[in-house]
Ligand binder design. Structure first.
Ligand code: DP6
Length: 354
């Protein structure tokens, strides 16, 4: 029996224009276009061991066996429904491939701390989809060349990944990715080099999953016209990126983040992801982002969670690091930078860690 081993690595992404609200149809089709920055180091690794024989797909709760594996990597702890979702998605990817019945063994780990409050569904579904698609391709070497040479394969794999978790479809290229309907594409930017921080306000599990949030926002009186507002803001943001206008990107992102959380706060059964520390941090950033703020404003945005993502010019990262440490030192602060999206390796024997 011959085995093939693939390791895929997919980063998380942070949306500046949010995907919030799904069409009433299967496959995670969004109500509005969204735009995100692909990250680099905050990522998920998935190893797939594929056999020549037909068989089932199995998940082994251990880290991928890679020489580059680090002790800080965390194997995701999947409950029954989480595991069922992962296996169902892996089966879908395999069924769409040229090798629809290959036996597969999956292993996975995140590079970010467990329960860090960092959304892992984007990176984990992107890595899973790519690993299974590559392992079940007719010729993995050819698949790899196509992956590296252009966008067409990336975008078709992104479409399948979206069906597992919507935001994962933006983790296949970078650094700026726009997603509308079934399509993803990169967006040009003249912004300077950037650095990304996450201020970890809380690592508690979310009381409302983002899947539930997508449904509940539609009961807010603010929902009417939200898809149009998001699309209009996205067009402005895209123009600001293309013009390299960082202050404008920062102000549009700030407004968008408040708008998404306002949807949560005003739906029929209101809920909030904010913790006291989130509100304090929002108050601290507000005067630094207002139109009359002194200096270049940071891009500050929140996902469906309590943590703040802060994106600044790489050239001023050192002074921001000091300032954030001083002000938010009690919280853990993660760091990352923009990246180019998911990639994979075909593993050779020596990569097996004993
Ligand atoms: C707030 O992609 O997690 O992060 O499609 O149900 O898996 P599912 O939802 P998910 O939603 C992400 C929502 C968000 C905004 C964004 O990333 O655009």
């Amino acid at each position: 029996m011959r085995h093939l081993r693939i390791a895929a690595r997919a980063p998380s992404n942070i949306a500046l224009i949010k995907y919030m609200g799904k069409k009433d149809a299967p496959g995670n089709l969004p109500e509005n276009p969204s735009l995100s920055m692909t990250l680099n180091d905050l990522c998920t690794w998935v190893e797939v061991e594929a056999s020549d024989q037909a068989g089932s797909i199995r998940w082994i709760s251990e880290a991928p066996r890679l020489s580059s594996a680090e002790p800080s990597w965390r194997v995701p702890r999947l409950g029954d429904s989480g595991l069922a979702k992962v296996l169902k998605h892996a089966e879908k990817v395999r069924a769409l491939s040229p090798r629809p019945d290959r036996a597969l063994i999956l292993r996975s780990a995140n590079t970010f701390p467990e329960a860090s409050g960092i959304a892992s569904s984007a990176s984990s579904f992107a890595a899973l989809t790519l690993a299974v698609a590559a392992a079940c391709s007719t010729d993995p070497e050819k698949f790899k060349r196509e992956w590296e040479d252009g966008f067409s394969l990336r975008r078709s794999v992104a479409r399948i990944s979206r069906e597992g978790s919507g935001s994962s479809c933006r983790s296949f290229e970078g650094p700026w990715v726009r997603w509308e309907g079934e399509e993803t594409r990169t967006v040009a930017s003249k912004l300077p080099d950037l650095a990304h921080f996450v201020i970890l306000i809380s690592d508690q599990a979310k009381s409302v999953s983002s899947s539930q949030a997508h449904a509940r926002v539609k009961t807010s009186p603010l929902w009417k016209d939200r898809p149009q507002r998001a699309a209009a803001r996205l067009a402005q943001l895209e123009a600001a990126l293309e013009a390299g206008d960082l202050p404008r990107v920062a102000r549009l992102s700030w407004t968008e983040s408040w708008e998404m959380h306002s949807l949560f706060h005003t739906c029929a059964e209101p809920f909030s992801y904010w913790q006291p520390g989130t509100i304090e941090a929002l108050h601290w950033f507000a005067p630094r982002i207002e139109p009359n703020a002194v200096g270049t404003p940071p891009i500050v945005t929140l996902d469906a969670g309590p943590n703040l993502h802060v994106i600044v010019e790489a050239a001023s990262a050192e002074s921001w690091r000091k300032e954030l440490q001083q002000r938010f030192g009690a919280q853990a602060i993660l760091e990352d930078r923009p990246g180019l999206g998911a990639r994979f390796e075909i593993l050779r024997g020596q990569e097996v860690k004993q």
